[in-house]
Design a protein around this ligand. Structure first.
Ligand SMILES: Nc1ncnc2c1ncn2[C@@H]1O[C@H](COP(=O)(O)OP(=O)(O)OP(=O)(O)O)[C@@H](O)[C@H]1O
Length: 375
């Protein structure tokens, strides 16, 4: 975002992630899944970035790549300027030198970048009580901490997140907790590492609607308290808006592996520029008033292309109502068109672009009338 925020905690530079997928269990060869393509993104201290996009657009893959769990096929991911994968290689490479040449060790980076999952029930070991679940990472990463200090820290966190009396919750197994309580335990487990960044992958989607706001408020409160940044993944624009608006964060819109627009919630929700952002807004009735009787989404085609065969040029051109010939052949770069830090990958942001002289792509009449969708 702006340079006044200092150096980024995490930088993704031209990151692409591709998977090889076998066809018919390998009998028909294989194909490449373009899960993430050429994404660059900086996350700063105390920052909140919410990635939004439809299922399969690459949000989880990008999130995992950001925290060093998924290796990028191309591009670099750096923690405070230090290449994460170089650090990993130096720590565990062929010659196993047992450490990295950089300022931060692999362990430092692993502690600094934490994750909370969509389904906390399956992420917490059902055979252990809460105190053991939370003691385990502390024992591993802070072996010098006394048992009494560990307990004090854990009880302090439990009470802080409203799970009091702590002694009672500490003795419970995960199945004796509600979904919201399980998610709080997963959050505490991440926070015990004093992380710089927490990836929340659909972290509140599994909760009842009534609990989502409560959980997001808790995330924001903890961010303030612990100076943590969040990379929050959601298919729901309304949740992304709630979180980023309160945190002064940004919403990034992904389509078929690419980041197509990123800006403040005000820019994205009230003045979207990319035609795909407008489609997502249209589909989210709780943030967008599409007007009575408007039942047709603003797309030319409902067919979503496959990540194994993404369209040429602008990947959205096959569905975009504004698409012209240029969009079929040329890829628009993600850039700041108006000097307000919002970045959009669309030629329509450039007054002088050849796009304006090129021929509009033909209307396709494949869009049936359908009821509005929201989460
Ligand atoms: N390990 C893998 N092997 C092959 N393809 C994969 C793998 N992981 C993800 N993909 C594919 O990569 C693309 C992006 O998947 P990803 O899970 O990142 O999307 P997403 O936006 O998080 O989706 P969702 O919201 O449904 O979780 C999809 O086409 C998916 O099928």
């Amino acid at each position: 975002m702006s340079s006044t925020r200092g150096e980024p905690v995490l930088s993704l530079e031209n990151v692409s992630v591709e998977f090889t997928k076998e066809r018919l269990m390998g009998l028909a060869g294989s194909e490449t899944v373009h899960a993430v393509s050429d994404v660059s993104l900086d996350i700063y201290e105390n920052d909140v970035v919410a990635l939004v996009g439809e299922s399969g657009c690459g949000k989880t893959t990008l999130g995992k790549t950001a925290i060093g769990v998924q290796r990028p096929t191309r591009g670099t991911v750096s923690y405070r300027g230090q290449d994460i994968w170089e650090t990993k290689e130096e720590s565990s490479g062929w010659f196993n030198r047992g450490g990295s040449d950089g300022e931060y060790s692999e362990t430092d980076i692993r502690k600094a970048l934490q994750i909370i999952h969509q389904d906390p029930g399956s992420a917490l070991n059902s055979n252990y009580v809460v105190e053991s679940i939370l003691s385990d990472p502390l024992k591993r990463w802070n072996p010098d901490m006394s048992e009494a200090d560990r307990r004090e820290r854990i009880y302090g966190f439990l009470e802080y997140v409203g799970m009091a009396p702590a002694e009672d919750y500490a003795e419970r197994y995960p199945h004796q907790l509600s979904g919201g309580e399980q998610q709080r335990i997963a959050l505490i487990r991440a926070l015990l590492m004093n992380p710089d960044l927490i990836l929340g992958d659909e972290a509140i989607s599994a909760l009842d609607v009534s609990l989502r706001v409560e959980m997001m408020d808790l995330l924001l409160e903890l961010q303030d308290q612990f100076n943590t940044s969040y990379l929050f993944i959601s298919h729901n624009l309304a949740n992304a808006k709630y979180l980023t608006q309160r945190a002064g964060g940004r919403i990034g819109i992904m389509y078929l592996g690419e980041l197509v627009e990123i800006g403040t919630p005000e820019q994205i929700i009230h003045n979207p520029q990319h035609p795909y952002t407008k489609v997502l807004l249209w589909a989210t009735s709780d943030v967008h008033n599409r007007g009575e009787g408007v039942t047709t989404p603003p797309v030319r085609s409902l067919d979503i292309p496959e990540a194994t065969d993404p369209p040429s040029g602008c990947r959205f051109h096959t569905r975009c109502p504004e698409a012209r010939e240029t969009c079929r052949n040329t890829k628009p770069a993600l850039k700041d068109h108006d000097g307000d830090s919002r970045r959009t990958a669309c030629f329509r942001g450039e007054d002088q672009h050849e796009y304006w002289q090129s021929t509009p792509l033909e209307e396709e009449s494949t869009v049936p009338q359908q009821p509005a969708q929201s989460d």
